[in-house]
Design a protein around this ligand. Structure first.
Ligand code: ZN
Ligand code: ZN
Length: 410
């Protein structure tokens, strides 16, 4: 096993694993933490790893001893990598296209720095390594496994980093108070009619036309029925019907994701989808079945913690290395479940290859996206700084927070 965090990142990138069962990744994380003298606990219901770093300094200020939670997601995506890098994925149709390999390596680097400096650490750090962020709700499974009680006290704050390829320049941290990412729901619509010969469509009840009208109509209706001041993003990513050009099939189905930034918009959008699909099916004399599966809630950064993140980034990396994001992103995150229970924030970090045109770089989830692991020391350093900032508590003298160099680990 490599012992530098760049080597670990590249090893994870070569061996991506998808979903809730990540045996290779889990083993690597567990072994690294064990090598630091920690006592990692593996998940019961998924490939999670949780461990606690016990600080050896007394509580800072007059308050009680504090706990902070740092989270990294570890899973990859079912994408065939086309990026031209020498640590390219060796697993067919699996790729770390969202940068979770960097998150895992950065948190391991932070763990090493925190362990090495635990004599000055005034509290406990819970490390949460989770599988299944990409649609499998691994964070919720870890909450059910009890990650928030791992240190014996509920965390005072929770932090996570996410790399982005083209939102901010490489090496720049970014965030915002309030909604950072959208709530999402998966919608599956199945239309059933009566199939027949393509030459006699009047003798069939054509589900393809009805489903096609539902797709185009829903795109139009989201603009005409929902307020433009509360954005809703509906995208149909899957449409399937029939097998032959000259046969009208008996059924058609499509699947879409729905993303919103508040609960009322989500409800209004779901009602619209149901009403429009039922009405369209009625007009076409076909039957329709609509399934709505809520996925992740809105990722909400606590305003105070978001301000802390900006201050910590400016102090440790420099004021030119922080950006306030004007708008939330329409992606979604299961770290939202953690932030629903513990005040905290997710911080973004630009990781496009240095020297390139970052704003035009392939996006997260693209088969040719490349994240530059030159950002890893800064990512690890930021996690360490956020942890120390939390443990120092509200009575802290800003000068007393150890000014962690953002290249602490390499
Ligand atoms: Zn992703
Ligand atoms: Zn991600």
């Amino acid at each position: 096993m490599p012992d530098d965090i760049t080597g670990i990142r590249r090893e994870l990138h070569r061996r991506p694993e998808i979903g809730l069962d990540l045996p290779h990744t889990q083993g690597l994380v567990r072994d690294f933490l064990t090598g630091l003298g920690l006592d990692p606990v593996v998940g019961r219901d998924c490939s999670s790893v949780t461990t606690v770093i016990r600080g050896e300094a007394g509580p800072a200020g007059s308050g009680p001893r504090r706990t902070v939670l740092l989270r990294a997601d570890m899973d990859a995506l079912p994408i065939r990598e086309t990026a031209d890098v020498d640590y390219r994925s060796r697993i067919r149709d699996a790729m770390h296209a969202c940068g979770h390999d960097l998150h895992t390596a950065a948190l391991l680097g932070a763990a090493r720095t925190l362990v090495q400096s635990r004599d000055t650490l005034p509290g406990d750090v819970v490390l949460m390594f989770q599988p299944g962020e990409e649609g499998f709700d691994g964070a919720r499974i870890m909450l059910n496994e009890g990650v928030l009680g791992a240190s014996g006290a509920r965390p005072d704050a929770a932090w996570a980093l996410h790399v982005v390829s083209n939102l901010v320049p490489p090496g720049v941290f970014a965030g915002r108070p309030g909604a950072l990412m959208a709530a999402s729901a998966l919608i599956t619509v199945t239309v059933r009619g009566t199939g027949g010969h393509a030459a006699t469509p009047h003798l069939t009840r054509d589900p393809v036309l009805a489903a096609a009208e539902m797709v185009t109509g829903l795109y139009a209706m989201t603009f005409r029925s929902l307020s433009p001041f509360t954005p809703v993003v509906l995208s149909v990513g899957h449409f399937e019907a029939g097998t032959r050009a000259n046969v009208i099939p008996g059924a058609a189905t499509f699947a879409a994701t729905l993303r919103c930034f508040d609960t009322a918009s989500m409800k209004a959008a779901r009602d619209l989808v149901a009403r429009f699909c039922v009405g369209t099916a009625h007009a076409h004399n076909v039957e329709v079945d609509i399934r709505v599966e809520p996925k992740y809630p809105v990722t909400v950064n606590d305003p105070g913690r978001a301000a802390d993140a900006a201050a910590v980034a400016a102090r440790t990396a420099g004021p030119d290395r922080w950006r306030d994001l004007p708008d939330p992103l329409a992606t979604s995150e299961d770290f939202a479940h953690v932030l629903n229970q513990v005040p905290g924030a997710m911080v973004l970090l630009g990781a496009a290859p240095a020297g390139g045109e970052w704003s035009g770089a392939p996006v997260n989830h693209a088969p040719d996206v490349v994240f530059d692991d030159a950002v890893l020391p800064d990512a690890a350093g930021m996690l360490v700084a956020l942890a120390r900032h939390t443990l120092a508590g509200p009575d802290q003298d800003p000068r007393s927070i150890m000014n962690v160099p953002l290249c602490a680990d390499e």
